[in-house]
Design a protein around this ligand. Structure first.
Ligand code: BMA
Length: 335
């Protein structure tokens, strides 16, 4: 299926964008070229962000290195970045956990559970793309708890145990059985965050009319009275798209969709958005290292029902938008 360039998708009317990106490289006190795909949560009375930092020459798609930076905020909108990266490819714990095969770590998500902060992350290794789960109490030291086998690098934890077990959404990349990039979202649970089982298919790319390529977990789910509400990233590919961004060609567009999962059996989809929640529309979302990319990594439900959604824009900056939780739930059509 081709979704042509001319097909105009629009963000949901209930979405309110923060007027400019919440974090750009200008705010980062160490070498930084593109900062994006951050994990964001509330922890210890503050908003905390761990963001991906790709370092290279501005305008060149060849980056020298990737590390993770740390920022704090009192209001979720204005951020102060710590002086040094907090996690990079030289990190000995992660290097050890990957048997010395680590190339880089990226796309963090933060999930507080029972007073500790867990981090899901992607990591490239010499023998494949892996997804990891770690834990931190201070955002200085991260302990790796488990790593998937390749190729499965994109995972998010639920913010509490479900039926007595830790739970996650993940997105394996089954190229032989499904075809290149035709990837879906799966569920798994674990007694200890190390050993995972009870896998179920959650949702497939063909169920999203505005995606023709792949879907994947985005920000970690939030609990609502109606179910687990979660963003997903949805990709449409059009091979007639040429140079967009810093590479010679970039055929994909990333939008954000919404999924509602059963509270007790979270592999069961009870609602999904038929139209995208966030579509690249602003200059920051449309133009950058990779044009037209929205990649949510953090979603915070405030006491008054406002939901803050943090997302990487054009693989270049970190943006934020808000919506009321009831409006988000209304976008999820029952299935
Ligand atoms: C995905 C990941 C993300 C990135 C996205 C768009 O495959 O690599 O980190 O934001 O592509 O380039």
């Amino acid at each position: 299926m081709t979704i042509a360039n001319s097909v105009t998708l629009r963000s949901a009317a209930c979405l309110r964008r923060h007027p400019e990106p919440v974090l750009t490289r200008e705010q980062v006190p160490f070498p930084s070229t593109c900062i994006f795909n951050a994990g964001v949560c509330k922890f210890g009375g503050r908003y905390v962000m761990v963001f991906r930092n790709d370092v290279g020459e501005w305008g060149s798609p060849k980056f020298h290195t990737t590390n993770l930076g740390l920022a704090f905020s009192d209001d979720g909108r204005h951020w102060d970045v710590e002086p040094q990266p907090v996690w990079d490819s030289q990190n000995s714990d992660l290097n050890q956990a990957t048997d010395g095969e680590l190339i880089r770590v990226y796309d963090p998500r933060l999930i507080p559970i029972d007073g500790r902060c867990y981090i899901c992350f992607a990591c490239d290794t010499k023998h494949g793309l892996r997804g990891g789960i770690g834990v931190t109490d201070d955002f200085r030291a991260f302990k790796v708890l488990s790593l998937s086998v390749p190729d499965n690098r994109n995972m998010v934890l639920f913010p509490e145990k479900v039926n007595g077990k830790y739970a996650r959404l993940e997105r394996p990349m089954p190229v032989y059985s499904r075809g290149r990039d035709r990837f879906d979202i799966w569920f798994g649970d674990s007694p200890d965050l190390a050993y995972w089982g009870n896998q179920h298919l959650v949702d497939a790319v063909e169920n999203y009319p505005f995606a023709n390529d792949k879907i994947g977990p985005a920000a970690p789910p939030i609990r609502t009275a109606k179910g687990w509400l979660t963003t997903i990233h949805c990709v449409d590919r059009d091979n007639t798209r040429g140079k967009r961004g810093w590479e010679d060609g970039w055929q994909k567009r990333y939008t954000a969709g919404l999924m509602l999962l059963d509270l007790n059996e979270p592999w069961k989809v009870i609602g999904r958005s038929r139209e995208p929640l966030i579509v690249p529309e602003t200059d920051a979302e449309r133009l950058g290292f990779r044009d037209d990319v929205i990649f949510p990594g953090g979603m915070i439900l405030e006491d008054d029902g406002e939901v803050k959604i943090y997302y990487g824009a054009a693989d270049t900056v970190e943006a934020m938008a808000t919506a009321h939780v009831d409006d988000l739930l209304a976008l999820c059509e029952p299935v």
